[in-house]
Write a protein that binds this ligand. Structure first.
Ligand SMILES: Cc1ncc(COP(=O)(O)O)c(C=O)c1O
Length: 472
């Protein structure tokens, strides 16, 4: 291919993707994938070609292979897991991110990307009402955000004991205990594992039926530990949506010189609304926060934020330096000071675009609407015999159980059958989970366009399916 052919080929591939993208977003698609793993394997495994192919043909083949395996998580009828809907403006910004092909490692490899992160990071702090001095790392999601925040925590709690993690690592360091809600998200334990802290280092703290940490138990556990300590609490428990009592926990952590980290992957966004912010009051007193952009502000995947109050601790944990990674006076911040990756996509553009596209009012409206939807679903279903709403619905999560009579030994199986029937009918997408020993139907309202009408039709569908099962 000569230069002109190559340009045409690339342009055609881009045009094909853009044209398809517009149509795809305008249409309705199956919520549940049509194809199983074997069919998808067959569709993708078209053989590794010896010679390159025309770009537009490759894009066509990619679309044909992928479409039957797509999950409808950008559809307002999607209520499974706590996932976002990749808002079209964020997608457009993400396309540009790829078009520009910037490597957001250091300022000099990608000045626009570095400054977009700097500015969007500051807007995030404003929106979440977090201290202005915090630094923000743009990550793939909340798991990596937790990893970064807890890496900063690990170094800092050791530094306060006179240890130098950068020099000595964990070998010979005093044991760090991590005090974690027993209802914590699994990703926090994974992040601790990546950081060299395992089950023996983790002290689970009992929670109530909503998953809220027992502050008394936390206080006693902290008092029994002499060494360096990290506390992890939750803004938005993954099943119930509950918030820990941050003020109390911040007092306890401060008394013990512990680092306080908040997993606020979705729940911390409550702080961006007038009506719900009280739920997360006191969270601003923490040392670090993990938040997702791809959840409640609908940035396309991958988008999370590692927010750390002590930016020096953040940098000590993440910095990568080498002579060729040059910095000059007047440069903007180097993204890699705050992230584990050196080469990565310029994640700040899509966040910048979504904050502009929704604005403060749009974000608050969406979150409050989703929470109204969750309350509507809970209120309608709580009135139905045999259905129990297990959580106090404060934000977007509703967990339900189904039983024909008190002590029904088949309740868990019935809950599974309700979910399976609804999924089979194809009108909604739902999933189940375990909560405090019960199988629950878990409804998460977090897709951009979900509104009260969709929520009401889901409640109707659940009620009808349950009526059918109950009478059998
Ligand atoms: C409360 C909570 N924490 C952490 C995570 C992990 O986030 P991510 O999937 O963005 O890595 C999630 C994801 O659902 C979550 O809901």
């Amino acid at each position: 291919m000569n230069g002109e052919d190559r340009d045409n080929d690339g342009a055609e591939a881009l045009a094909r993707a853009a044209e398809y993208g517009r149509k795809f977003r305008a249409g309705r698609h199956p919520l549940h994938p049509d194809a199983g793993a074997d069919e998808l394997r067959a569709a993708f495994d078209i053989g590794l070609p010896d010679r390159g192919r025309a770009g537009a043909d490759v894009i066509d083949d990619l679309i044909a292979a992928a479409e039957p395996g797509l999950v409808g998580n950008i559809d307002p009828r999607f209520f499974a897991w706590v996932m976002g809907g990749s808002h079209p403006v964020g997608v457009a910004a993400d396309w540009l991110t790829a078009i520009w092909g910037q490597n957001a490692g250091i300022y000099q490899t990608a000045p626009a990307a570095a400054i977009a992160e700097e500015v969007a990071g500051r807007w995030l702090l404003e929106l979440l009402e977090l201290p202005v001095e915090c630094s923000v790392g743009f990550t793939t999601g909340a798991t990596m955000a937790a990893f970064i925040c807890l890496a900063a925590a690990r170094g800092e709690v050791l530094r306060r004991r006179g240890c130098d993690f950068g020099r000595d690592g964990l070998q010979g360091a005093p044991e760090i205990k991590v005090f974690v809600s027993d209802a914590t998200h699994a990703s926090n334990l994974a992040a601790l594992g990546y950081l060299g802290m395992g089950e023996r280092n983790v002290v689970p703290i009992a929670t109530d039926d909503q998953g809220i940490v027992d502050a008394g138990a936390l206080g006693r556990a902290l008092a029994a530990h002499e060494g360096p300590a990290i506390v992890i609490c939750q803004a938005g428990q993954i099943n119930t949506g509950a918030f820990d009592r941050f003020d109390e926990i911040a007092d306890l952590s401060a008394d013990r010189g512990a680092w306080l980290h908040v997993d606020g992957a979705f729940g911390l966004w409550a702080r961006a609304t007038a009506g719900l912010k009280e739920l997360a009051a006191g969270a601003e007193r923490a040392d670090s926060w993990a938040v997702d952009g791809h959840k409640w502000i609908q940035v396309p995947y991958d988008s999370g934020y590692a927010i750390v109050r002590d930016s020096a601790a953040h940098r000590r944990a993440m910095d990568i330096t080498a002579s060729y990674l040059s910095e000059a006076p007047g440069d903007g911040r180097n993204p890699t000071h705050y992230n584990p990756e050196l080469s990565r996509r310029a994640r700040g553009f899509a966040t910048w675009a979504m904050l502009q596209a929704l604005g403060r009012a749009g974000i608050a409206e969406m979150i409050e609407r989703h929470c109204r939807c969750a309350r509507l679903i809970a209120e309608r279903l709580a009135a139905v015999e045999g259905i129990t709403v297990l959580n106090r619905v404060e934000i977007n999560q509703v967990i339900l159980t189904f039983a024909r009579f008190e002590g029904d030994g088949e309740a868990d199986a019935l809950t599974e059958r309700v979910a399976a029937s609804i999924n089979e009918s194809g009108g909604f997408f739902l999933r189940t989970a375990d909560w405090k020993g019960r199988r629950v139907l878990r409804v998460s309202v977090i897709e951009n366009e979900t509104d009260e009408d969709t929520a009401a039709s889901l409640a109707r569908e659940i009620e009808q399916v349950w009526a059918g099962l109950r009478s059998k």
